[in-house]
Design a binder for this molecule. Structure first.
Ligand code: HEM
Length: 412
């Protein structure tokens, strides 16, 4: 491994603009050279190829219980000042995403009892109505921005309605989910990000508790009531587990679904033959959404922690080490995908891992898919002359999530 290729990746991870513009050529260089490598600067292993990433996602020796390693990065005086009563500390350990089995399986089963496919499918008319409302509002803007005017508000409004949280809280929900996305994604600014997350957790607790009390007194037809009542063999979610996983559901799908819609519109508009094909054959929308997920994966990275010493393709990795699984790189691996840098909405074999794999496979995947399968056709049908107002991509600065800060478009 030449040092240049690795440091290119480190620059990309640290959000250097020039490296961000060469994302996929940097990925290919790494893949061509080594399936796994160590970054001293990032203090973690980087898995580069599809087959090893897939295997690692299912490997029980790789843990999701990463809070201890996040806390280890904090200065000693900060760590000493945290006590178990801090809601972030108390509840981060109750989020299903940050637990291993058997705790993870138990939490996921209870949440699954409430967050059902039927409940998701019921959002179809709401998604259609909100799409038209938001596009109507976007048309009033001097310079329409697909991200700010559409792709940010839509997923937040849908999840708020589904959970049963009033629309007045939309601004706060955005702040809480941004704090969560940065906490998961920006390990480089740990201290600032940690404090923002800690205060978001305090605010969210104060906000959600009265709603929980109200639903206990008077259940409604919403996810909050269903989660309170979710039961499996006499087991229920505790108050902290309930709050932690409502926060997770509220936050996990916002940045990611915004990115899926934005990346999708960008991919279609920069590939005129593909958008023309989709206009001619609207039935290709589901395959198109899968190709967007593969081609510009909204969640580029997930992480694990070694519970014990393991080997990945002959490389010894000690216990208590961070391992980065770059889903967006695996989804461009030429040994798995023919012509991986070609955006092809008719791609035949598309076993992408944009939603992860195994026990932690994205719980919200059906909702993210449904929203994007409904909204993109509405947008491209409503504006036959839709164009990008600028060819320059303004990516958001977060190494974990891939999406646009703004996406200016011309409607006529
Ligand atoms: C395009 C949109 C989305 C993408 C790309 C995405 C991606 C992912 C990925 C990669 C994971 C696995 C992480 C891991 O294994 O470490 C995951 C887990 C999860 N996602 Fe999503 N997600 C999306 C939308 C959503 C939505 C809309 C929701 C909820 C409403 C959601 C809720 C969750 C939850 C609860 C988990 C944790 C599952 C577990 O630990 O068992 N996601 N997501």
């Amino acid at each position: 491994m030449t040092i240049d290729v690795l440091s290119d990746y480190e620059r990309l991870f640290l959000l250097d603009d020039e490296a961000l513009d060469r994302r996929y050529s940097i990925y290919r260089h790494l893949q061509d050279r080594q399936p796994i490598l160590w970054s001293e600067r990032l203090q973690r292993w980087i898995v580069t190829r599809y087959s090893e990433t897939r295997a690692a996602l299912r490997d029980p020796r790789l843990s999701n219980e990463q809070l201890p390693s996040v806390l280890k990065q904090l200065p000693e005086e900060i760590r000493a000042s945290l006590n178990d009563d801090n809601p972030l500390l108390r509840q981060a350990n109750k989020i299903m995403m940050s637990r291993d089995d058997p705790d993870h399986a138990r939490l996921r089963m209870l949440v699954n009892h409430a967050f059902t496919p039927r409940m998701i499918e019921h959002q179809r008319p709401l998604i259609e109505r909100l799409s038209h409302d938001l596009l109507g509002q976007m048309e009033q803007q001097e310079q329409p921005d697909f991200i700010r005017n559409f792709a940010i508000p839509l997923p937040i409004m849908v999840i708020a309605a589904l959970i049963g949280i009033p629309y007045e809280a939309l601004g706060q929900i955005k702040q809480w989910s941004d704090a969560g996305a940065d906490f998961l994604g920006k390990s480089t600014d740990t201290l600032e990000v940690f404090f923002r997350m800690a205060s978001a957790a305090i605010e969210f607790n104060a906000f959600i508790r009265p709603h929980l009390e109200e639903r206990r007194r008077q259940p409604k037809d919403d996810l909050l009531s269903a989660l309170i009542n979710a039961e499996s063999q006499g087991d229920k979610l505790s108050e902290d587990e309930l709050i932690a996983n409502v926060y997770l559901l509220l936050a996990a799908g916002n940045e990611t679904t915004t990115n899926l819609m934005g990346n999708g519109l960008w991919a279609l508009l920069t590939h005129p033959e593909q958008i023309a094909l989709l206009r001619q054959q609207p039935g290709l929308i589901n395959a198109a959404v899968e190709e967007i997920l593969r081609f510009e994966s909204p969640s580029q990275i997930t992480g694990r922690h070694t519970k014990e010493a393991i080997e990945i393709v002959g490389q010894h990795i000690g216990p208590d080490q961070s391992v980065m699984l770059v889903l967006g790189m695996a989804n461009r691996d030429p040994s798995q995908f023919a012509n991986p840098d070609h955006f092809d909405i008719q791609r035949q074999e598309n076993k992408h891992i944009a939603f992860g794999l195994g026990g932690h496979y994205c719980l919200g995947a059906p909702l993210a898919r449904l929203e994007t399968q409904i909204t993109l056709p509405i947008v491209i049908e409503r504006y036959p002359n839709l164009r990008l107002a600028s060819q320059k991509a303004h990516w958001r600065k977060n190494p974990t999530f891939l999406g646009f800060e703004t996406l200016s478009i011309t409607l006529q």
